[in-house]
Design a binder for this molecule. Structure first.
Ligand code: ATP
Ligand code: MG
Length: 652
C-alpha cells in the first residue's frame, strides 16, 4: 500500500486518533476531554471542552519567535500602495481594533459585519473579532444593498465595519451609500458603523451611529486586549455561500476544529515545508499568496487564517491581475510579486488564469519564479486547456483542489505533504483529502458506485474538523439541505456530480442542477464545455440546456474567442461555429453537439467568478433570470438577450 493510501485510511477509519494528533498543531489553553462528540449527528462537536483562541494562535503565539518577521504584505494596484507589517505590527493593529470594538460594547458572541474592500484593516478587524470572541460575518465588498440587507437581517450584527469605497480597474466604488441603503432596507439596525476613510469618496456620516476609524484608532493606540478563551465549538464566523445556485446559506464555522483543519491543510496540501519549519533560503520565512477576496472562503482561510496560524507571511492583493502598481496594464503583476516577495505557494481561481490567457503570454516568463513551489486553483472547474497553458507557461505544478464554503478546506487535492511524489492528473482535483470519506451515489437508487461510474458526490459522516457546524440560526435547515439524500441522514450531499477512475482520482462533472436531458440522454453541461474549450480559438465557454419541443432539451453554447479577428465576418462565425460543433462531435458524440454556438464578449458570472448558468439558461429560454444580486456584470446578460432576439431585429 502506498503512503497516501495508508495515511488516508487511518484518517477515516480512526478519526479520533488522527485528529487528536493533528490538534497538537495549535495551542490550547485548556485541553479537550473528548475528540469527537457525535451524539447529535450530523451536528458534531470537535475537541469538546478544549479552550483556545484563533487570534492567539495566529499572532500572539508567534511573538516569542518571529515578532520582527513579516506577517502581512499588502499590495494594492488600485491605489498604488505597498506596505508590510511584522507580526509585532499586526499584534498592535489588531489590539487597537479589538479595543475599538470593545468600546462599542461588542462582546463574546456578538456579531460584527464587515463590508470592506481589500485593505489591511479588514484583516485586522477579522482577527480582532476572533480575539474578543465576537463572530464576524464578512460580506463581499460592493455587493448590492439588497444582498447586504438580507445578510444584515440574518446575522443581526451589533456593529458594522466598512469603508468609504472600494476601487476596481481604477474606478472608485463608493460603499457608504450602498451600506446606508442596506441598513435602511434591513429590519435589524446595527448600533454602530465604524467607517474607514481611505480618501476615495468622502462618506456622509450618520450622527450618533457612524464613527471615524482613524480617530478611534488614535484613541486606542496603546490598547492591549486579552484574548477571550473560547470552547472549541463556539462559532468563529458566519460566511454566506456564493449564491451560484440559489439563496446563500449562512455557513457557521467553529473555533478549534477550524484552526486545526487549516493547519492540517497547510501541512498536507498547501505548504508542507512551512509545516515542517523550513524557511525560504532568501527571505528566511515562508510566504503564501492567495489572490482572492476576504469576502470568499478562500480569502478567509488562505489570506487571513491559515498562513498566520502557520507563522507564514501572507500577501493581500487589491486589484486586477492585469494592472501594475503604476496603474498601467501589466499582465505580469502577480508574477512580479512572486519574484519580489519570494512567494512559495500561490492560490487563485481558474477564472483569473483565463483572464491572463487572453493576454500576451510573454508576461509568464519575464519574472524569476524560483521561490514558487506550486500554483493552487479552486472554486470552479479547471478545464484541461487552461491547466496545460498555465502549467507550461510557468513550469510549476498546477494543483487543482475541490471544496465548498461549507467544507471550509479542500476535500479533493494532491497531497504532497503525505507523499511528495504524488502527481496531479489533468482534469482531476486529485484524491480524497485526509478526513473526508467521499462516496459516489447513484442518483436514482442511492446505491454506492464503483470506479468509472458517474454519480452524486457525497461525504459520509462524520465530517472532519473545519467543516460547517450548522446553518447560522437554523439547525433544521442544515439537516434538511445537506443531509436529506439518505433517510438515515448519514451522508452530506455536495450537489456536485463526480466520477472516480481506477486509480482513485476524482473528476468533478458539474453541479447536480447543471445536467441536461437530450432525447432521453443525460449530459453534463460541464463536459460539453470542456470539449469546446479544447478548440484552440476558444478562450471561455458556457453551455446551458434549453427547452426543445422535439428533444426535450438541447445544448446551447456561448463562447468567447481568444482573438476577435477570428470572427471578423459572418462567414468566419459560421465556420468557427461548425468547427466547434465538430470538436464536440469528435470527443462526446453528435448527441452532445450544441444546437447553436453564440459568440459573445462576456459571460454572466457571480462576483466570485463562477458561471451563473441558471440566469443564462433563463435568458436563453426567454424567462426572467430571477435574483441577480450576486452577478458581476449585468450587461453580459443584456448582450446575450439582444443576441437572441429574432434575426429580423438584429443584423447578425
Ligand atoms: P451556492 O451554494 O450558494 O449556490 P456556490 O456553490 O457557488 O454557491 P461556493 O461554496 O463558493 O458557493 O462554491 C462551491 C462549489 O464550487 C462546489 O460545490 C463546486 O460546484 C464548485 N467548485 C469548487 N472548486 C471546484 C473545483 N476545483 N473543480 C470543480 N468545481 C469546483
Ligand atoms: Mg454551493
Amino acid at each position: 500500500m502506498d503512503r497516501y493510501d495508508e495515511i488516508y485510511r487511518q484518517s477515516v477509519e480512526d478519526p479520533e486518533t488522527f485528529w487528536r494528533s493533528e490538534a497538537a498543531g495549535i495551542e490550547w489553553q485548556q485541553p479537550f476531554t473528548l475528540v469527537l462528540d457525535d451524539r447529535r449527528a450530523p451536528h458534531l462537536r470537535w475537541f469538546v471542552d478544549g479552550t483556545t483562541n484563533i487570534c492567539h494562535n495566529a499572532i500572539d503565539r508567534h511573538l516569542a519567535t518571529r515578532a520582527e518577521q513579516t506577517a502581512l504584505i499588502y499590495v494594492s494596484t488600485e491605489t498604488g500602495t505597498e506596505k508590510t507589517f511584522s507580526y509585532r505590527d499586526l499584534f498592535e493593529e489588531v489590539n487597537r481594533v479589538a479595543a475599538m470594538l470593545v468600546a462599542q460594547g461588542v462582546t463574546h458572541g456578538d456579531r460584527v459585519l464587515l463590508y470592506m474592500p481589500m485593505v489591511p484593516e479588514a484583516l485586522f478587524a477579522m482577527l480582532a473579532c476572533t480575539r474578543i470572541g465576537a463572530i464576524h460575518s464578512v460580506v463581499f465588498g460592493g455587493f448590492a444593498s439588497s444582498s447586504l440587507a438580507s445578510r444584515i437581517d440574518d446575522a443581526r450584527p451589533k456593529v458594522v465595519l466598512s469603508a468609504d469605497a472600494g476601487s476596481r480597474a481604477g474606478k472608485v466604488i463608493p460603499y457608504k451609500p450602498l451600506l446606508d441603503a442596506a441598513i435602511n432596507l434591513a429590519k435589524h439596525k446595527p448600533d454602530r458603523v465604524l467607517l474607514l476613510d481611505r480618501g476615495l469618496a468622502a462618506p456622509a456620516m450618520v450622527e450618533g451611529r457612524d464613527l471615524d476609524w482613524a480617530s478611534l484608532r488614535r484613541q486606542h493606540f496603546d490598547a492591549r486586549v486579552p484574548c477571550t478563551w473560547l470552547e472549541s465549538n463556539e462559532p468563529c464566523y458566519i460566511l454566506y455561500t456564493s449564491g451560484t445556485t440559489g439563496t446563500p446559506k449562512g455557513v457557521q464555522r467553529d473555533t478549534g476544529g477550524h484552526a486545526v483543519a487549516l493547519v492540517a491543510s497547510i501541512k498536507y496540501i498547501f505548504d508542507p515545508a512551512a509545516a515542517s519549519g523550513e524557511v525560504d533560503a532568501v527571505s528566511g520565512r515562508r510566504t503564501f499568496f492567495a489572490a482572492s477576496d476576504i469576502g470568499w472562503v478562500v480569502g478567509h482561510c488562505y489570506i487571513v487564517y491559515a498562513p498566520l496560524l502557520c507563522g507564514m507571511a501572507s500577501v493581500m492583493y487589491e486589484g486586477l491581475p492585469t494592472r501594475g502598481l503604476d496603474g498601467e496594464p501589466d499582465a505580469g503583476i502577480w508574477w512580479s510579486l512572486v519574484a519580489k516577495h519570494r512567494v512559495n505557494a500561490m492560490f487563485t481561481a481558474p477564472t483569473a488564469i483565463r483572464v491572463l490567457k487572453k493576454q500576451d503570454p510573454s508576461h509568464l516568463t519575464r519574472h524569476d519564479l524560483a521561490s514558487l513551489d506550486a500554483l493552487f486553483l479552486a472554486g470552479e472547474p479547471l478545464d484541461e486547456p487552461t491547466a496545460r497553458w498555465i502549467s507550461e507557461g510557468i513550469g510549476k505544478p498546477i494543483l487543482d483542489n475541490y471544496w465548498q464554503t461549507e467544507t471550509g478546506w479542500p476535500m479533493l487535492s494532491t497531497q504532497r505533504g503525505i507523499d511528495p511524489t504524488m502527481q496531479p492528473r489533468f482534469g482531476s482535483p486529485g484524491k480524497p483529502v485526509v478526513g473526508f470519506k467521499l462516496r459516489l451515489l447513484d442518483e436514482a437508487t442511492n446505491a454506492e458506485l464503483a470506479a468509472n461510474e458517474k454519480g452524486v458526490l457525497v461525504i459520509a459522516g462524520p465530517l472532519p474538523p473545519g467543516c460547517m457546524s450548522t446553518v447560522w440560526g437554523d439547525d433544521q435547515r442544515f439537516v434538511d439541505t445537506y443531509w436529506s439524500l439518505l433517510d438515515d441522514r448519514s451522508v452530506y450531499s455536495t450537489f456536485d456530480w463526480g466520477i472516480r477512475d481506477d486509480d482513485g482520482y476524482y473528476f468533478i462533472l458539474g453541479r447536480t442542477d447543471d445536467v441536461i436531458n437530450v432525447a432521453g440522454h443525460r449530459l453534463g453541461t460541464r463536459e460539453i464545455e470542456e470539449s469546446i474549450s479544447g478548440h484552440p480559438d476558444i478562450a471561455e465557454t458556457a453551455v446551458v440546456g434549453v427547452a426543445d419541443a422535439l428533444k426535450g432539451q438541447v445544448a446551447i453554447a456561448f463562447a468567447i474567442v481568444r482573438n476577435a479577428a477570428s470572427i471578423g465576418t459572418p462567414q468566419d462565425r459560421l465556420r468557427l461555429e461548425g468547427e466547434v460543433m465538430a470538436t464536440v462531435d469528435r470527443s462526446l458524440g453528435a448527441l452532445a453537439r450544441p444546437a447553436r454556438v453564440h459568440f459573445v464578449n462576456a459571460l454572466p458570472k457571480t462576483r466570485s467568478g463562477k458561471m451563473l448558468r441558471r440566469a443564462l439558461q433563463a435568458v436563453t429560454e426567454g424567462r426572467d433570470p430571477g435574483d441577480l444580486t450576486t452577478i458581476e456584470d449585468p450587461t453580459a446578460l443584456e448582450q446575450i438577450r439582444d443576441l437572441l432576439k429574432p434575426p429580423s431585429s438584429t443584423p447578425h
